[in-house]
Design a protein around this ligand. Sequence first.
Ligand code: OTU
Length: 642
Amino acid sequence: MNRTALEVPGLRRLLAPLVGRQRLIVAARFERHATSLFDRLERLYGDREDFAAWSIDLMETIGRLHAERPPALLALDERRAAEPGWLAAQTMLGYSAYVDRFAGRLEGVAERIPYLQELGVTYLHLLPFLRARAGDNDGGFAVSSHDEVEPRLGTMADLGHLTEKLRAAGISLCADLVLNHVADDHPWARGAAEGNARLRDYFLVFPDRALPDAYERTLDQVFPIAAPGNFTSAETLGWVWTTFYPYQWDLNYANPQVFTECAATLLRLANRGVEVFRLDATAYLWKRLGTDCRNQPEAHWILQALRAIVEIAAPAVALKAEAIVPTRFLPPYLGVGAEAAPECHLAYHSSLMAALWAAVARQDARLLRQVIAETPPLPPGCSWLTYIRCHDDIGWNVLRSDIETFDRDAGSYLQDVAEFFSGARGSFARGAAFQAQGAAAVHGTNGMAAALAGLESAADEAQRAAAVRRLQLLNGVILAFGGLPVIYMGDELALGNDRGAANPPATQDGRWLHRPHLDPALLDMRHDRASPAGAVFADLSRMIAGRRGIEALAANAPRELAPAENRCVLALKRGGNFLLLGNFSDAPVIEPLPDGEWLDHLSGEELRGTARLEAWQSLWLRRAAASDGRPSTSEPAPPACP
Ligand code: OTU
C-alpha cells in the first residue's frame, strides 16, 4: 500500500467538516503527524484487505469529532501547543480521588475546588466515573457505557460544567480511558453474547480450551486468588479473554474497528473537557502466544497512533501510561528507545513508589538508589508520575530485577517487606497482603499511607511524630524527584484505612481497605498542627509551596544520586544547588555535606560540613553559596550501617 496514496484522501475526509481557520490549522497538524500515524496504522492493520477504506473512515471520524470541539478547547489546543512542557513544570501538582469518596457527585467535586487550590493542585485525576457495570465493577473499571456518566455520580452535563470550572481554576481533569476491556454488560459484550458476529470480533473469543491453555503457559495473573486465570467461559461464546475480573472482557485490538472505537471515545471525552487520559492497563493491549502478553510492540504502535491522532485533533490532551511494569520497560511508553516514537506524556513510576516503601521496611535505601539510578532522563515535555499511594495495592514484583542487582534472593527480600507492611513481627505498619496466600507468596500490599507509615499503631506522641516524619520523607521524595507528584485523596490529611473494609477473605478485593471516604472532621482539622492531620497537611503544604519556586525540581531538570555514607540515607541532587537527604531509619545519622553553606528549605536551618538527620527526617537543602566540592555518582553507595 502506497502511504501517500492514502494520506491524500485521508486528509480530504478529515477536513471535510471543517471550515475557515480551523481547516488550515488541522491541515498543518496533519502534515506533521500523518506519516507517523499512517506508518503505525499500516504496521498494525496494513495486511487487511479493508485497510485503505478503514483508515480513510477513521480520518472521517476524527474530522467529525474535531468539528464538534468547543471553541474554549480549541483555544486550549493552541495554548498548549505553545507550551509543550506544561506537565513537566515544578508548579504542577496532582490529586487523585474517587468521586463519591471525595465529594459525593461531580457537582460536589466542583464545590471542593477551593480546597484543591489551597493545596496547590493543578491536575485532578477522578477515578472512573463513566457508567459502570451493575453489581461488582472493580471500582468503575468495568465500563458499561462510554457515553454516560455513572448515574450515582452525575450526568454528562455535570461533567461539562465541572471541567469548565476546573479549567477556570487552573486544574486539568484527568480521566481514565479503560481501553483494555469493557464490562460484560457493555452493549458490545451483550451484542457479542447474543450472536452478533461483528461485535464478537471486538473480543478475544475461543471455542475451546486449546488456545487459552497454550496462552496460560506464559501468562501471569493480576488477581490470582480473586480472579484466577485469564479466560472466562461465557455461555454462548466459549472462552473469552479476561485478564482482570471475569466480568472485564479484553478488547481485540487486532480488529481495527476496536481501535476506531477507542480513538472516538477518547476524542468525545476530550470534547467534554478531559485534558489528560489515564490509559488503564496499557501494557496488556496486544496478545502474543508464548509471551506474557505485556509490552508487545503492537501495544506501543496503538499508543503511538493514538498520540498522533491527539496531536492532530486535540493537542491540548496529554496521555498517561498506566503500565505497572519494571522501570526498564517504561521508556518506550514515553517515546524513548530505538524504535520509539512520541507516545505518552506521563507514565506511573511504580518502582519508585514500591522502592520507597521497601526502604521504610528495610531501613535501607540501596534498592531505592538502584531504582533511581535506573531511571533514564526523559524527552522534553514528558514526565514521570510520582506517587506514594494510589487506589491500587503496592505491587512488589516490579522490583525483582532491581533487587537482583545486589541480592540474589529477591523473593525473600520482598516477602520480608510484604510481611512488614501486614504488621508482622511487631512492625508499626497496619496494611494487609493482597492476593497472596501463605507466607511465601508475594503479590501486593493494601493500606492507606498513614496506616502503613505507623499512625494507626502509634501509641504515644513520639510514635505519632515518627509516623508523621515518615510521611514527610516519602512525600518529600515524590515532590523533589522530578515528575508530576500525585497525592492520593486523604493522604494529605493522614486519613487512615477504611475499617469497614478490613480483613476481607482473599477471594474478595482487599484494595477497598485504602478507599475510604474523606472524613470531614479531618478536613476541619487541617490547620491544627497539633493533630496528625494538621501536621501532615502543614508539612505537605510547606513542601508544595517551596517546590513551586525551585526550578531545579522541574521534571526535565537534571537528577543525580549523590553518595551517602549511611546505607539508610538517600541523597538526591537536583542540579548543583539542591540536595535532598532522607534518613530511612529509626536511628539518627550524621551525613557529610558537599562543601559550602547549605540551608534547609523545610526548617530554615543553616548547615555546613555535616548534617545530623534524626530518625526518619528529611532535609531539602539549598546551597547558600556556589561551587560543589563533592563529586557525585550514579552508583549506589557502599553499605555502612549507622
Ligand atoms: C488497573 O490496574 C487499575 O488501576 C485497577 O484499579 C484495575 O483493577 C485494573 O487496571 C483493571 O482495570 O495491572 O497495568 O492492583 O495494579 O490491576 C494495570 C492491581 C494493572 C493493579 C492492576 C492494574
